[in-house]
Every structure is written in C-alpha cells, then in structure tokens.
Design a binder for this molecule. Structure first.
Ligand SMILES: [Zn+2]
Length: 214
C-alpha cells in the first residue's frame, strides 16, 4: 500500500510514518509530494489542497495521513460529528472539513477510488505521543483537565525540553529523537497503550489506519 504523510514538520512525518507502519501488518511504500512552502499548523492547512491534488492526479497513492499538534485548541468530541456541525476551533473537524471540500472538487481517478484519509491530532504535541510511557502524567485526559484548570503538569515546551534538551533544537535532532522514540514504541508494543491514553487524537487515526488492512 502506498501512503503519504503530511504533518507540521518533516520530523513529525518521519515519526508518524513509523507509528502507521506499526499499526499495519503489511509493508508500506511511502510517497513524497512537493515540500509545502510553510510548515506548522497553518502551513499544513495551506498545503492540503495542493498536496491532495498532486497525490490524486499525479501518483497512485492510496491513502494520506495528516496529523497536527493540538496546542491549546479544544479537543475533538464525538458530538462534533453527531451534531453535524464542527466546532470551529477543533483542529480535527477543521482538517476533515477542509479535506472533504477539496476532495469534492477532484475528478474521479481512472480505476481508483478517492484517496483514503487518516487524521490524527497529537495532544498537545507529537512529543507527547513519543514520551507518554516515560511519564505517567502525560495523557489526553490530563491535558483536558489542565486546559480547564489552567494548571499544566506538562506543556509543549516541557515536552520539547525533555526530548531534545532544549525548546529550540534543530530539525535534524528533532527527527533523530522522534524517530528513535517512535521505533521504541513499536518495538516495545506500546501502540495499544498509546491508543488508550490518547483515544481521540491517536485512537481515531489508529481505527482508520487499521481499516486499510482489508
Ligand atoms: Zn471536532
């Protein structure tokens, strides 16, 4: 299966690719697309249309995974979908709406269905997925409580400090550390625990990716 990953940085994409492969029981071919002009959350939103168009018309990619950090945005809730209207600040709903709008404009591909989409939101950041099993304070529920109480047992900055030794590291170091941790999680079979402790941001992505097995 050929899959592409779009995220806030190439370091995030490298780590997410390893986690996706850990969820699937077959080998994955990874596909590239033109580098987005800007990165970060806004860069990803801007890159969705050109990236999807490129993958749809110029490649035989079957699935695209998009992940973002939540930062302090409200976490996705099932009611967002059930009510039929998305929360304007929920990044998962914003991603889904943007992708559906772009896909609605694409012509069908000869002999192939639309690209399948997996969406993940790392709460509050990808470093939490990579460090959660080394610090029992790190989970989605802890972050939701922290947002409500405004008392934060960990922050995006503290996670970066722990993983990289500084909050302003290089892309090379971030890639190395995130990849090491993602490989460790897969090797130590921690993905089901990751899913339990991050049921929305990782769990929804994991459910979707596993549906690609059949
Ligand atoms: Zn939502």
């Amino acid at each position: 299966m050929k899959i592409a990953v779009l995220s806030e940085s190439p370091a995030d994409e490298a780590a997410v690719s390893i986690l996706i492969e850990g969820l699937l029981d077959f080998s994955v071919q990874w596909d590239d697309f033109p580098e987005p002009p800007t990165r970060g959350c806004n860069g990803v939103f801007k890159a969705i249309e050109p990236t999807l168009r490129h993958l749809h018309y110029r490649t035989d990619v079957e699935a695209l995974v998009v992940t973002l950090d939540s930062d302090e945005s409200p976490l996705h809730r099932r009611e967002h979908v059930e009510a039929g209207s998305c929360d304007t600040k929920c990044r998962l709903c914003r991603l889904r709406a943007k992708i559906e709008a772009v896909q609605a404009k694409l012509r069908p591909r000869q002999g192939r269905g639309p690209i399948r989409i997996g969406l993940g939101i790392a709460v509050p950041a990808i470093e939490a997925w990579c460090l959660f099993d080394t610090d029992s304070r790190i989970s989605e529920s802890a972050w939701i409580q922290a947002l409500q109480s405004r008392r934060f047992p960990f922050t995006k900055k503290s996670l970066k400090q722990t993983l990289y030794g500084s909050i302003d590291s290089t892309l090379a170091l971030e890639t190395k550390r995130l990849v090491e941790q993602a490989q460790r999680l897969v090797k130590e079979k921690q993905l089901s625990l990751l899913e339990r402790l991050f049921p929305v941001g990782f769990g929804i992505l994991a459910d979707e990716v596993r549906s690609w097995r059949s």
